[in-house]
Design a protein around this ligand. Sequence first.
Ligand code: NAD
Ligand code: USQ
Length: 413
Amino acid sequence: MKIAVLGGDGYCGWATALYLSKKGHEVAIVDNFVRRLWDHELGAQTLTPIRPLSDRLSAWHRLTGLTIESYVGDITDYEFLSTVIKNFEPEAVVHFAEQRSAPYSMIDRGHAVFTQVNNVVGTLNLLFALRELQPDCHLIKLGTMGEYGTPNIDIEEGYIAIEHNGRKDVLPFPKQPGSFYHLSKVHDSHNIMFACKIWGLRATDLNQGVVYGTITDEVALDEALINRFDYDEVFGTVLNRFCVEAVVGHPLTVYGKGGQRRGFLDIRDTVRCIEIACQNPAARHECRVYNQFTESFSIMDIAGIVQAAAKKINLAVEISHLPDPRVEAEDHYYNAKHSKLIDLGLQPHLLSDAMLDSLLKVAVKYRDRIDTSLILPSVNWRNARNNYRERAKSSPSAKPSASQMKKVGVSSD
Ligand code: NAD
Ligand code: USQ
């Protein structure tokens, strides 16, 4: 198939582009490298030394003989995006190209506005481009389990059968997201559902849980193909962060009680889920929703698992409870369905000792690149402005930049 991977220079997108290319698909990456810019803005860097996209793609070609095309540009620019769709004529578009950090979206007004404009406008542009140029193309959109929040009832896969005052319907599952980022995904979901209904587009909205891991078979081929591994307080996700904390002897940063329960998955399952969605396209007019995670854990479960794995390599790790910088339930009911991708053939890689060992080894290997000042959270949901800039100013590599906000006509507060 001809598959465009929007956001293909990022964490999930890079692993996915290589995996699909290896499977024989014709792949094009679309990215504007804004994720790399956010690292500069925050004075942070990925634990792993990722190469520029052009180097990565040359290495892939040299090692496998396979070619991945690249289109560099911003998908909020309709002219750029429509040119890509017109030239590449994808049969499937996998859309990862969004600002994906909840803390980043909660820094201040400027970052909240930027996140929602970037994400909602990018997706709207894509819907219009597909309608105009490639209406039969299957849109595979990365949503998030966080769209649902943590309701006191079971979470279904996208839709729920409701009986109300004697009448029945199947309706979108209620959404109670926990950040302006997660809200942007809800807005996307509504726009996609509407576009499928009115224009007959076909879409799969994958509500993905928290992804962990960095090594996939393809990435492991050569150091030049290494993927991102974020551990900083803004972009690092919890399991990756705890592994880095364990390696530098920092007490694990459990926010609040740690009873927050989330769906998790291995990055090797992320790429496989995308392949499954490509192989089983939605019908015209259909907007399917799959919950894309394989296991759920509380944050205290994760802390205990990392502590035990670290002990096996003689690292003594403490668990600390920090005041939760987020506004979220710290102890709650959680039972989210996730059978549709399994029914289509997903064989999950469950969180194993081998995976923890591999994550800890990556952290040990790149220990010299760990900046411990990036670990403690400084973005607080209750503040209208956060102090991340003070930290960024004190870091020699920091280049605080508001250029991406200027682009969409807002300024940073
Ligand atoms: P990432 O930040 O590593 O990658 C996103 C990529 O998109 C980056 O390379 C960035 O430069 C690009 N991008 C962003 N805005 C763009 C724009 N306007 N035009 C062109 N390119 C743009 O993020 P990720 O972790 O790979 O996540 C990918 C997607 O998966 C996101 O939509 C995210 O919401 C979703 N997701 C991620 C996780 C996770 O744990 N990482 C979990 C659930 C869902
Ligand atoms: N947490 C801690 N300590 C930490 C970091 C996080 O206790 O050091 C807690 C958070 O408070 C939260 C949970 O761990 O309750 C998950 O936080 P996270 O930062 O690992 O993940 P989250 O903010 O939910 O976002 C990540 C991705 C996002 C994706 C989402 C999937 O960054 O793109 O949408 O996971 S989900 O969580 O299912 O919404």
